[in-house]
Write a protein that binds this ligand. Structure first.
Ligand SMILES: Cc1cc2nc3c(=O)[nH]c(=O)nc-3n(C[C@H](O)[C@H](O)[C@H](O)COP(=O)(O)OP(=O)(O)OC[C@H]3O[C@@H](n4cnc5c(N)ncnc54)[C@H](O)[C@@H]3O)c2cc1C
Length: 402
C-alpha cells in the first residue's frame, strides 16, 4: 500500500462504528459521518450472542462489553402463562454453552465501540445527502453531506453505508422494488427497568396470540424487556404504558410485574420494518452496505445488531486488510459480498420463519396447535439448529474468509 487509504463511513451506529474500528485496525484513515447531533444510541437493551461477542473480541472491545453486561444463556420458549414449550439444554454457568448471551444496554455497547473508534474523524450533525459510488480501479467514490457550516464533498477509496434501516444510500444505489422496506405488521415496545432482585432464568421468549414477550438482565440492577405485538402501522396511543399493560394483561404474573415496573419516560415503541427480499448485492462501485442498511431483518432471532458487528469486522478483515496487503479492491469487495450476503440473508429468512411459527401466530386453535408442535421438538435438535448461526468466527486478521 502506498499510503493510508481513506474510508468514509455513513452512520455512526453499531455497524458503522464496528466498521470504523476494523478499518483503523487495518491502518486506514477513517471518517465517520453521523446525522445525529451527538453520538449516542437510543434504544434499550439487547442480547449479544456468541457470534456477536466473537466479533466484538476481534474489535478489541469484548472484555469491556462483557464487563458492562450480564452473562446468561438462551433458555428456550414459554407460552404466555409461563409454561415451557421448549427448554434448551444450556445453563447460565456453563462456560462451553454455544447459546451463551450477554444482556447489555445498547448505550454501553455503543460507548465501547465509540471508545475503540477514537482515532477516526467522527463528525456529528452531518447528514449525508449524496454518494457517488465510484469504480474499483477507477474513479474514487464521493460523499456529500450537510452540516451547520454548509455542504461538503470528499472523495474516498471506500464508502461504508451503515445508515440504518431507512438507509438513504441503499435507496439511491438500489432504487428497485426488491430493495424496498416493508412493514412487518408488528410494533415493539421496549424498556429498561430497575430490577436488582428477579433471578436470572436465562433468556426466554414467550409466545402468545400475535405477540412475543422477552426479558433479559443487562446488569446487576437492570432488566431489559420487549413486547412485540401485531398493530397497524403508525398506531399511536395517548398513553403507551397503559396500552402495553392492557395488551399483556392476560399473561403470567412475572411478565405483568416487569411491565408494571416501567417508568413511563423509559418506554419506547417502534414499528418494525424489514427487507423481506434482500438486496441483490451488498456492493455498488466502491461502496459496501452493512448492518440494517444491507439486511434489516425481523427481530425474532435477535440477530440484527449481532450481524451488524460481524459485518463491521469483515469490512476490515475482508476489504481493509487485503487492500493494505496489495489486493485489488474489486476482488476484496466481491469476497465481502460472497462471505456476508448468504449468511445474513439466511439469518433474515430464518428470522421470518421463526416469526411465522412464533410471534406471528394468531389466537384461537392455532396457538394450541403450535404449542403442541413446539413441545414435540427435541431440545437438542432445536439447539443444534441455532448452532450454525452462533458458531460464527471472524475471518483471520490476514484477510482470508473463515
Ligand atoms: C424491536 C427491535 C428489537 C431488536 N432487538 C435486537 C436484539 O436483541 N439483538 C440484535 O442483535 N438486534 C436487535 N435488533 C436489531 C438492531 O437494533 C439493529 O439491527 C441494529 O441496531 C442495526 O445497527 P445499524 O448500525 O445498522 O443501524 P442504526 O443503529 O440504525 O444506525 C444507523 C446510524 O446511521 C445514522 N444515519 C442515518 N441516516 C444518515 C445520514 N443520511 N447521514 C448520516 N448518518 C445517518 C443514524 O442516525 C444512526 O446513528 C432489534 C430491532 C428492533 C426493531
Amino acid at each position: 500500500m502506498t499510503g493510508p487509504r481513506s474510508a468514509t463511513v455513513v452512520g455512526g451506529g453499531i455497524a458503522g462504528l464496528a466498521a470504523a474500528v476494523s478499518l483503523l485496525q487495518a491502518g486506514w484513515s477513517v471518517r465517520v459521518l453521523e446525522r445525529a447531533a451527538t453520538s449516542g444510541e437510543v434504544g434499550a437493551g439487547l442480547a449479544v450472542t456468541r457470534n456477536g461477542m466473537a466479533a466484538l473480541d476481534a474489535l478489541g472491545v469484548g472484555e469491556r462489553v462483557r464487563a458492562a453486561g450480564h452473562r446468561t444463556v438462551a433458555a428456550g420458549v414459554r407460552d404466555l402463562h409461563g409454561r415451557w414449550l421448549l427448554r434448551l439444554p444450556g445453563r447460565p454457568g456453563d462456560p462451553e454453552a454455544v447459546d451463551v448471551a450477554w444482556g447489555v444496554h445498547r448505550q454501553r455497547l455503543h460507548g465501547a465501540l465509540l471508545g475503540a473508534a477514537g482515532a477516526a474523524d467522527l463528525t456529528t450533525g452531518a447528514r449525508v445527502v449524496a454518494v457517488q459510488p465510484g469504480e474499483p480501479g477507477g474513479a474514487p467514490a464521493a460523499v456529500t453531506w450537510l452540516d451547520g457550516a454548509g455542504e461538503h464533498t470528499v472523495p474516498a477509496d471506500l464508502v461504508v453505508a451503515a445508515d440504518g434501516i431507512r438507509s438513504g444510500v441503499r435507496s439511491r444505489l438500489f432504487p428497485g422494488r426488491r430493495a424496498a422496506l416493508r412493514y412487518s405488521g408488528r410494533s415493539s415496545w421496549r424498556a429498561v427497568v430497575d430490577d436488582d432482585h428477579t433471578p436470572d432464568e436465562g433468556f426466554t421468549a414467550r409466545w402468545g396470540p400475535d405477540a412475543e414477550f422477552g426479558a433479559v438482565r443487562i446488569s446487576a440492577a437492570q432488566v431489559y424487556w420487549y413486547g412485540y405485538v401485531r398493530l397497524p402501522e403508525r398506531t399511536s396511543f395517548d398513553d403507551e404504558l397503559t396500552a402495553v399493560v392492557e395488551r399483556f394483561s392476560g399473561w403470567s404474573g412475572d411478565v405483568r410485574a416487569t411491565i408494571a415496573a416501567t417508568a413511563p419516560g423509559r418506554l419506547l415503541r417502534h414499528d418494525v420494518h424489514h427487507l423481506p427480499r434482500g438486496l441483490p448485492s451488498y456492493v455498488r462501485g466502491r461502496t459496501v452496505l452493512i448492518g440494517d442498511a444491507a439486511h434489516a431483518m425481523l427481530p425474532t432471532m435477535g440477530q440484527g445488531a449481532n450481524t451488524s458487528v460481524e459485518d463491521g469486522v469483515c469490512v476490515g478483515r475482508l476489504i481493509g486488510q487485503p487492500l493494505a496487503d496489495g489486493a485489488p479492491l474489486r476482488a476484496a469487495l466481491a469476497a465481502f459480498d460472497r462471505d456476508r450476503r448468504p449468511r445474513c440473508q439466511l439469518i433474515a429468512r430464518r428470522s421470518a420463519q421463526t416469526a411465522r411459527f412464533g410471534a406471528h401466530v394468531p389466537g384461537g386453535p392455532r396457538q394450541a396447535l403450535r404449542n403442541a408442535a413446539v413441545r414435540a421438538v427435541p431440545a437438542g435438535r432445536a439447539a443444534a439448529a441455532g448452532t450454525a448461526v452462533l458458531r460464527w468466527e471472524p475471518p483471520p486478521p490476514g484477510g482470508a474468509a473463515a
